[in-house]
Design a protein around this ligand. Sequence first.
Ligand code: HEC
Ligand code: HEC
Ligand code: HEC
Ligand code: HEC
Ligand code: HEC
Ligand code: HEC
Ligand code: HEC
Ligand code: HEC
Ligand code: HEC
Ligand code: HEC
Length: 327
Amino acid sequence: MKSLRHVGFLLVLFCAAGFVTTSAYAKPVDGDGAGGLVLKGDSQCTECHDEADEPLPSVLGLKHGVLAIAKTKHGTRADGNTPTCTDCHGDSLDHKNYRGSGKPPKPDVYYTKGTVTPAALRSEKCLACHGKESQRHFWPGSAHDNADVTCTSCHDIHTDHDKVRDKLTQAGVCFTCHKDKRAEVRRPSHHPVMEGKVTCSDCHNPHGTAGPKLLVRDSVNDTCYQCHMEKRGPFLHNHQPVNENCSICHNPHGTIIGFMLKSRPPFLCQECHSEDGHPGQLATQPTGPTTSFTALGTIGRGCLNCHTAIHGDNNPQGATATRRFFR
Ligand code: HEC
Ligand code: HEC
Ligand code: HEC
Ligand code: HEC
Ligand code: HEC
Ligand code: HEC
Ligand code: HEC
Ligand code: HEC
Ligand code: HEC
Ligand code: HEC
């Protein structure tokens, strides 16, 4: 930021130039302090918010300069829908016309930490252009909207690297609020989120959805089938909980048990199968070679030593031994 007096001096020069170039605001003005980087109309702001607003630390990624917006989609000069400074920050007349020696009054709408601009108004500014897009049809009343999480709680605007839209850095943005998920995706069995192969937005649309828990599809299962098609079947013999909801047995963020299972067989299975017969038997460790059902249901993969096709099978068994989930 130049000193305001310096700016005042520039203003004089600027207005003088205006006489010559007929309309100073009609096109990007080279030499207005913004190097002609920004849009028409923006010079009313960039006369002060110029390269000097790009402090050294931006190199270190700590703070980014205001004019970096020119390198983003919001800086595409050829696109008539590109926002100007005031589309997002409001006309801010008191702010831009302030010529006192202290700090100017705040702009009408601002987004930095400690802002007093209501959350709804901050999101409204973005929705003016992005509200009609199908991705955001369910934003109003979504979990994030209701909790006063705004567009810019996730999106950085004055930078060409918006962390939340980069697969490798997205989860880090979500973790700032969802700390429990940071712990879950680091458990021994997890989707490769930290490895950058699967990301939160593969399963969630943070802008709101018709389905539960901001899931991209209408149900948990349809969300999983996107990548695990083979679990959809159709099978000759279906396992009811599998058709109902994958997250009955799996925590897709991560668990300490293999295959992201919420608990270990036989206990997982016995949460439902506790009737008489081998399904409900107590777990026992064998002392030597054995054919005991109980022991075989305890060691190694537990019940899955025999019931290998737990998600459903197409085994054409006879009527007496049907639906056992053998391959
Ligand atoms: C006369 C110089 C001047 C003009 C013109 C000007 N600003 Fe500012 N602006 C400042 C100063 C000085 C600050 C720093 C105030 C502070 O530190 O509290 C500032 C701060 C800001 C902030 C940061 C507010 C915050 O606390 O996060 C925004 C946003 C902003 N200006 C937007 C604009 C917009 C939009 C325009 C054009 C409509 C504009 N400014 C025009 C001088 C100006
Ligand atoms: C698409 C909406 C949008 C547009 C257009 C926009 N801003 Fe911003 N501005 C923001 C948001 C959001 C922030 C909060 C920081 C961030 O996300 O980068 C911000 C932050 C700022 C800040 C404070 C920077 C800081 O880190 O303290 C200033 C100053 C500012 N904008 C000025 C401008 C000026 C000048 C223009 C026009 C060249 C402009 N903005 C255009 C949305 C916008
Ligand atoms: C005046 C209209 C307008 C406003 C206001 C606006 N945008 Fe945009 N935004 C655009 C246009 C136009 C594009 C480019 C669209 C495209 O290329 O498909 C865009 C693109 C984006 C993109 C995608 C960028 C990319 O590289 O693909 C994001 C994210 C975005 N805007 C977020 C925001 C947020 C957050 C706000 C509010 C702080 C906001 N926008 C305000 C018009 C606007
Ligand atoms: C909880 C975090 C979060 C919030 C809040 C959020 N976004 Fe996004 N946004 C994302 C993520 C993640 C992506 C990338 C999605 C992807 O790659 O499929 C994205 C992508 C976008 C895009 C570009 C791709 C697309 O979907 O068209 C636009 C534009 C956008 N967001 C606008 C907005 C607007 C406007 C708001 C406020 C109403 C908003 N976002 C609120 C996380 C968020
Ligand atoms: C600024 C904080 C913040 C950020 C950043 C954030 N969230 Fe949220 N999120 C919340 C709050 C607050 C809620 C609602 C309260 C709750 O259920 O914990 C929520 C709820 C959710 C829910 C549950 C919805 C429901 O119906 O119960 C999901 C899923 C979610 N967020 C995913 C994400 C993803 C994915 C990201 C990153 C792209 C993200 N969030 C980033 C604050 C945030
Ligand atoms: C493989 C798909 C998948 C991925 C990847 C994923 N989630 Fe989820 N998430 C789900 C499902 C399914 C649910 C609903 C679970 C349920 O109903 O028990 C959920 C629920 C949530 C919830 C709300 C309920 C709760 O457990 O608190 C939050 C918050 C959430 N996810 C955040 C995230 C974040 C942040 C990321 C990225 C680190 C992420 N998720 C990645 C599938 C996924
Ligand atoms: C975007 C694609 C994608 C979606 C959607 C998805 N997964 Fe995955 N899933 C993967 C990938 C990639 C792996 C890792 C495969 C590997 O490591 O070979 C995986 C592995 C798994 C594993 C095995 C883990 C292990 O330890 O071997 C389970 C269980 C699983 N997913 C369950 C689910 C469930 C439940 C859902 C729905 C909530 C789901 N997945 C949604 C891509 C996805
Ligand atoms: C009744 C509990 C249960 C339900 C419900 C369930 N699974 Fe599984 N899943 C398991 C068990 C147990 C394993 C370990 C399999 C093994 O050891 O052979 C597993 C393993 C997996 C694997 C990794 C190994 C493989 O077979 O590819 C994936 C992927 C998987 N499940 C996806 C899903 C999806 C998708 C759903 C929902 C359609 C689902 N599961 C529902 C119990 C379940
Ligand atoms: C959430 C409850 C639930 C869990 C957990 C569960 N099941 Fe099931 N299982 C069912 C239901 C319900 C049926 C259908 C029963 C029926 O049709 O009589 C079923 C059917 C079966 C059948 C076929 C029974 C028959 O009569 O043909 C086998 C075998 C089976 N489950 C094994 C397992 C194994 C092994 C596990 C652990 C990996 C497991 N189940 C976990 C609920 C569950
Ligand atoms: C040694 C192989 C083996 C092991 C280990 C095993 N099963 Fe079975 N299971 C079978 C066979 C074979 C049948 C079919 C019996 C029949 O048709 O009479 C069966 C039938 C079932 C049935 C349906 C009939 C009934 O008795 O209700 C269920 C439910 C079942 N098993 C659950 C389990 C569970 C839960 C475990 C783990 C505690 C388990 N099984 C461990 C081989 C095994």
